[in-house]
Design a protein around this ligand. Sequence first.
Ligand code: HEC
Ligand code: HEC
Length: 218
Amino acid sequence: MNSFLFFFGIFFRTLFQKANFALPAFCLFFILSASATEAAATYQQCIACHGEQGQGNRQLKAPVLAGQSAKYLTRQLVNFKVGLRGSHEKDTLGKQMQVLSKQLVTNKDVTSVTAYLSKLPAVKISQISSGDLKNGSRYYQGKCGACHGGQAQGNPAFNAPKLSGQHSDYLKRQMLNFSTGIRGTHSDDKLGRQMAMMAKTTSGKELDDILHFIAMQD
Ligand code: HEC
Ligand code: HEC
């Protein structure tokens, strides 16, 4: 009788422990899948401009978002929300994005939509760019590669975004925005200010060659 009770006890204890583990695991799975669906739902508001696969839209001047680091995307959305980006009177496209970002809740929508976008596979876009590839490579490695990576793949350690796979005309507009003070001037925008300094070191044919080199990376 005693041994019966003993095994009976073990049986229930094991069952209880399993349930103890299974229940939170089930809840976690449920929460994770719910937040993935939520992120996809949030992204519905963005598709009209940034495309279903996050491939951007050259006509609407909306950049590629797929495969960009979540940390960079989060910083940009927060910068738009708090007015560190998109506040300059000449930044009409930044202003448009600023209005849209204000509808997102930082610790909820922003976090989930940027995690979702960073996991979307990089999309192959058609590039319109021309320049001297050899010079572009040399200038790029000398002036940009240390932060953005040898193939413009980005470097999280320096908070430098991926530039490869991005529309060349978007990159060029950002370089001009940085060098003319439309982006990266706010005193709290430390990383934007850093990039604005870098942007001022190049222009004209040299910049076109650099952008052509970036466009030729995967
Ligand atoms: C009406 C069109 C439009 C919609 C809708 C839109 N965007 Fe944008 N977005 C833009 C444009 C245009 C830019 C480029 C702004 C600039 O040139 O500085 C941009 C820029 C961005 C950037 C900066 C990317 C970078 O490389 O720095 C992020 C991040 C972004 N959008 C996320 C979103 C998210 C998330 C949504 C949905 C909640 C969204 N956008 C909805 C047009 C749009
Ligand atoms: C000291 C490091 C550093 C160097 C060198 C540097 N960058 Fe950057 N770059 C950054 C950082 C950091 C950001 C992100 C700024 C922000 O968060 O707003 C950035 C952002 C950018 C952006 C905006 C991308 C987007 O999606 O909107 C472009 C374009 C860019 N860099 C191009 C270049 C080019 C071209 C060069 C070389 C001429 C260069 N960078 C050199 C650190 C650097």
